[in-house]
Design a protein around this ligand. Structure first.
Ligand code: BGC
Length: 737
């Protein structure tokens, strides 16, 4: 249906070039229109539109599109999930898949993995590649990336986000957005804001301090707007200070549009709008997904009943609302269109090409984190006579199916088992599942119909036959696991995996584990495994990336983008009990305030099992000659921190220098330290490299609630330089004057 419609618009578009010369008089040699050109074009088009046409552009006409204006050659806008690849085509009026045969794509690694690379250049490649695929699939808006801060390990959607640190998330999201948008496809950064849990996401009201809002939860959105120039943003489902986030005066009008100068489109999350008046007045520009299915039970078109449809039109017509409200929304929408589907210089896009598969594999390989490696369990050499038992359902389970809106239909997905089998030519690989779970279906748990006892017995028997056992476990994309719509119900590994690990250890002295999750899990079984790799959800190239690291073809260099607390209570959001997480069903209070993730562990002196920024390598690194360029700075200065990274081991590898800064004797509450800079360097065996990291003193400011602005406190600060938040090689005192 869409292609026919698009074709019609292309014809209309061409005709309009003749009739409306201002519309497409762009300079053919430049790829994108300048903002001044866009605004001029928008100004000339707006008066040509009727009120009905303008209102129609502010809401959906199908599950994932909004209408154009046929008579003027203004095309429809087509959107698609999501952050990890372009989702399969959805039906016009329902969530069912349309059943197309030409919509298979490359599945890229989940964003937690991207964050773990600590390599912004890879984020640029990710954005460029997924943008090219969106372009090929004729999408104008890609509904991602997600930058909600990792507050609790129970959040079912953490795997779609960039971890617990606002600085890391900001640094990683900006190149992603720029990469997508270079293609003339709008990124839609989501979910703005404070959608930090899935449980009760449609009803919960979040109460948070101004400091935590500005210092922790907003920076990645702000960077998306001000540094990446994102063209659209998606409101969150939850309420913030009593008002739904999709039409929230503070978040949308005051902060996003006024303070940050956002000139793009605010799109509601699907069914996130709840009122005509608030949608009209408080910053929502485009309403999507209201109601369950597109067509209601009445004979009238359901879309006409959207809050920003007939009721909005009526309110403007009878003078209850000013036409300026719709004009502002349509201006934003037309601006987005000149950046996307009305930019005739767009390329055609690419899909499933080798370059995209290579990018997916590179990011997957670089994001894998080596958490434990006793007696050099990893890498495992491929040799004759060696038998490796690969145990676990996650060795073969598709991890692109399920999980909610980020679900994908990849052209292929190499499983861990398949990747290992392709890599290990001399060693013998044997496999057993150990347990089985039903397929991953949204909002529903499908029980397995296999006999779990037999699977367990088979797994132990298989393990007995092997020299080495690799257990591939973790979570999956089913309801109440790493999945949209609700949260995990416990911090432990599900499906009796702890018992399985214990049983495997009893028959196998050499046991390693691949932890396939997008979240931290409790690790009481840790002493039973000799080696542990955090392998995320890696998409199309999962198995190859895993085999790259397990075999030692690639030396692991990922670092955790969030902490692994030992116990759930050790996490700041859980410390204060239900009122903080998940709330009482109506409200929740972010009582840990600015102390999220490692900020909580550090400040409260509660050691995590694995700290933010932690990750081992097959080689060894040391940091030396660590210094700041001065010991006194003024507030306009940059602090340059430099050091030498030395690869003292026997293999080439990559290391991430991390710079954290904390304020001594602050007059306000502060975290012990906060990440302010990082640099990842590649070193050959025995090599030393100097790296320097520049940090503006202005980034040491705290959000001063009494003046609703940022303040830089003068006095002494401590700079902590290391390769993990809990492994600091040197602390340097500086002062700001
Ligand atoms: C999700 C969004 C997604 C949208 C469209 C919502 O339920 O929260 O992230 O983009 O659906 O699928």
């Amino acid at each position: 249906m869409k292609n026919t419609i698009k074709h019609k618009y292309v014809v209309a578009l061409l005709l309009s070039v003749i009739t409306c010369s201002t519309m497409f008089s762009q300079n053919k040699s430049s790829k994108n229109f300048s903002i001044d050109e866009i605004n001029t074009k928008v100004d000339s088009i707006l008066p040509l539109l009727t009120l009905e046409e303008k209102v129609a552009m502010c809401h959906a006409q199908s599950k994932f599109s909004t209408p154009g204006v046929d008579r003027l050659g203004i095309p429809e806008i087509w959107m698609s999930d999501g952050p990890h690849g372009v989702r399969a085509e959805i039906s016009w009026d329902s969530w069912d898949y349309a059943g197309w045969t030409n919509d298979s794509i490359t599945a890229f690694p989940a964003l937690t993995c991207l964050a773990a690379t600590f390599r912004p250049e890879l984020s640029a490649q990710y954005g460029m590649s997924v943008g090219e695929e969106a372009l090929y699939r004729e999408k104008d808006v890609l509904l991602g990336p997600g930058v909600n801060i990792y507050r609790t390990p129970l959040n079912g959607r953490n795997f779609e986000y960039l971890g617990e640190d606002p600085y890391l998330a900001s640094k990683m999201v900006v190149p992603y957005i720029k990469g997508v948008q270079k293609n003339g496809v709008a990124a839609c950064v989501k979910h703005y804001a404070l959608n930090n849990q899935e449980h009760w996401r449609n009803i919960i009201n979040v109460e948070v301090s101004d400091r935590a809002l500005h210092e922790i939860y907003l920076p990645a959105f702000k960077a998306s707007v001000q540094e990446a120039g994102v063209w659209s943003i998606m409101g969150a489902y939850n309420k913030v200070r009593g008002q739904f986030a999709c039409h929230n005066e503070l978040l949308l009008n005051d902060i996003l549009k006024k303070d940050w100068g956002f000139d793009g489109v605010v799109i509601s999350d699907w069914s996130g709008a709840h009122s005509t008046e608030e949608s009209a007045l408080y910053g929502l520009d485009m309403e999507m997904g209201t109601g369950t299915d597109g067509l209601g039970t009445s004979t009238a078109n359901h879309y006409d009943h959207y809050y920003l449809a007939s009721p909005f039109l009526k309110a403007i017509k009878n003078g209850d609302m000013d036409e300026a409200l719709v004009n502002d929304k349509v201006r934003r929408i037309l601006r987005l269109m000149y950046r996307t589907n009305m930019n005739p210089n767009k390329a055609l896009g690419k899909i499933n090409n080798k370059e995209h598969h290579d990018v997916a594999r590179k990011i997957a390989t670089e994001g894998i984190v080596l958490l434990k490696n006793e007696n050099n369990f990893f890498p495992i050499e491929d040799k004759e006579g060696l038998t490796i038992a690969v145990i676990g359902e996650n060795a073969t389970r598709s991890m692109t199916a399920g999980g909610g809106s980020s679900e994908l239909k990849p052209k292929f997905e190499i499983s861990p088992l398949e990747g290992l089998k392709q890599r290990y030519k001399k060693a013998k690989i044997i496999h057993a599942m150990g347990y089985h779970t039903g397929s991953s279906v949204y909002d529903n748990i499908i029980p397995s119909n296999l006999n779990q006892d037999s699977l367990r017995i088979e797994a132990i028997a298989t393990a007995k036959k092997a020299d080495i056992v690799l257990y591939v476990g973790g979570l999956n994309k089913s309801h109440l696991q790493d999945c949209e719509g609700d949260d995990r119900q416990s911090y432990e590994l599900p499906y009796n995996q702890e018992e399985l690990i214990n049983q495997l250890k009893a028959v196998s002295p050499k046991l390693g584990m691949l932890l396939v999750t997008g979240n931290a899990v409790e690790t009481p079984w840790l002493s039973k495994v000799d080696g542990l790799l955090q392998t995320w959800y890696l998409g199309s190239m999962a198995g190859h990336a895993i085999a790259d690291v397990v075999s030692g073809d690639v030396n692991p260099s990922g670092k955790l983008p969030f902490s692994f607390p030992k116990k759930l209570k050790d996490n700041g959001a859980h410390f204060y009990g239900e009122i903080s997480y998940p709330g009482d069903g109506t409200n929740q209070y972010y009582k840990e305030d600015i102390l999220v993730g490692y900020r909580w562990h550090d400040t409260k002196k509660i050691a995590s099992q694995y700290a933010f920024g932690y990750g081992l390598s097959y080689t060894k690194f040391s940091l030396s000659n660590i210094k700041a360029d001065q010991n006194k700075y003024n507030t306009k200065d940059n602090i340059t921190v430099s050091c030498s990274i030395n690869n003292t081991g026997n293999l080439e590898g990559d290391e991430v220098v991390q710079v954290y800064i904390g304020k001594k004797n602050s007059k306000v509450k502060r975290a012990l330290k906060e990440l302010k800079g990082f640099n990842k360097a590649s070193l050959t065996k025995g090599e030393s490299k100097n790296v320097s990291i520049s940090i503006p003193v202005s980034s040491l400011a705290y959000y001063n609630e009494s003046i609703s602005d940022w303040s830089i406190e003068k006095g002494d600060y401590l700079i902590y330089v290391g390769n993990a938040s809990n492994n600091i090689s040197k602390t340097i005192k500086i002062s700001v004057q």
